[in-house]
Design a protein around this ligand. Sequence first.
Ligand SMILES: [Zn+2]
Length: 678
Amino acid sequence: MAAQFRKSAGRTASNSSEQQVDVSCEVPTETKRTALKYCLLLASGLACVIIIYFTMNLKLHQTVSSLKNHLRFGNVASSMCHDIVPLKENYETKKMELLKIEADIEQKILERQLKNQEIKHWAWVSNEAANREMAVGVQLFTSLIRSLERSQAELIGMIDAKQKTTKTQAKGFTQELEQEISALMRRSSSPVTVVGVGRCSSRIYGPAKRQTGHTAVMSSGLLFLLPCLILTPAATLEFRYHNNPEIEQYLLQVNASNPAITHLYSIGQSVRGQQLWVLALGLSPRRHTVGIPEFKYVANMHGNEVLGRVVLLQLIDDLVRGYRNNETWSLQLLNSTRIHILPTMNPDGFDESDTDCQYSQGRTNYNGVDLNRNFPDAFAGLRRQPQLAEQSCEAEVRAVIGWLRTESFVLSANLHGGALVASYPYDNSNGGSELVGGASVTPDDDVFVHLAKVYSYNHASMYKGDICGDSRPFLEGVTNGYQWYPLAGGMQDYNYVWAQCLELTLEISCCKFPPVQQLPALWTDNRKSLLAFIQQVHLGVKGRVFDGSGVPVQNAVVEVKGRTNMCPFRTDRHGEYYRLLLPGNYSFTVTYPGHEVLTETLNVPHGPDRYSAMKHDFMLRRITTSANPTQADPTQASLTPSCDYNLRLEAGGVVPRPTWTGLGAVLGLAAALQSLVG
Ligand SMILES: [Zn+2]
């Protein structure tokens, strides 16, 4: 439009110039007037043409703000049709204005073109950046999605594998149970009672199977069987050799069925990690009751001597069944005694044992150690047995030692096989005053002989003494352990010397692994003696020792005249003492730091008939420091709470009576060192 305007303006200017030249030609006056008139008319006409041209273009220019100056110019030009103005002057002015407007327009067009280019460039840059960001985002999300897909695939794989394993295990358990049920059905003419959920049976104990190293698997199996154990009433206990998991299973079941009178606990683990389960029976099976003595039976210390496992399970079955049926003998025993039963002290040995009557495969624990030679020995000196430290004992032995510290046992028996005799301490000797006529005699020998005879005479044939064709008969079926054959590190000596628990070693069958068909008869042979022996825990006297303030005291020494124990018997943490004695008169001496020595004579009746030892408490009187300045400090009692067996002397010579004050310990140590140097 600007170019058109410029062209038009140029053409108009050119025409005006030509007209001006034509007006100056020489002509006659009339003609000149006429010519002048035409010239003026022509000039006016040209001016009008120009004005009309601008007026026609005015509407177009009104939309462009930069060209609105034309409006003023148009108005002025329009008035020119009516006003007379100097044309050339006006023309030049307008021309200059037009040129200026034209320059402005060109400048603004240029500015906008530059701005437009700038915007286009910015848009391109922005677009490129967005594309790059989009590419990065897409890549990131693609990686994330792939990672999630991989994780999902792995998770599905894991769940799938786990499900397959569980399915296989469940199938194995099911097959095992089905086999056991089939075996039971074959053995019994009576139909198998199926109760509860799924395949739970009231008779789940099948034929004995030797299983070694499958404890963890069987534990899972036990979890699987747990509903059966809870829902099933007491099962009939078969006469056969239950393997270790089956014993665990049976004890769990008995405990679940008789929670009021039983408590199942473990004293530790074997070398191979099998639990050493103990079932406690009594009115208060979970904890000690003052006045109720603690009794224990231990079996299968030698892994291949297995009848003890069978008879102790039968004993448990008998006791709980009798209690449920309100049978007097069971009520009297469980109401008066807390009975602890450890059916197997050496489950690892059992897993390795041979079924032969005499061979010793499986006798030791998994480390090949004879557990009945592994206890700290009172007669072994520092030189011969430097490993007296308990830390070096086998796991099973450490478990029993810990057990003896937890409970204050009064009476105990350890069931073995391969002979028929009741053996009693000592098993060992250092050649001191305890050696009498080939026997190593304890201060409580009369009580031990009585206890051994209670077992042998209540047994079907043990009292006869020559049943197994041994090299020499056991008189009345009893023997002093040392007299039979000396051994060091035995459990019964440890029980007696350090735990003040009278323990016997009962050999209950000529064959170490009797044939299964003999088991019912062997149980019958031992049943009465097992029960009668428990009843002997009520021999003698029991009671508590109270200090000058009337408070029961621990570690008060309770001695009986003429019975000097290597480690004097002391009151336990309840202030209680139990002293197994045959009927008769006994002089008791009670000593406790800070108190006068108390001596009393007691007439002791036969307690077992009444299921209770005679009850007698000792009341001590406090002494003043001025009255006896040499009296030991009361705190010394806690310094030497137990017998320090590291101070025992070597063999030879009389063993001095250990003293339990700090001074005594120093003197004992000096004597021990002297003997070592010598
Ligand atoms: Zn044995």
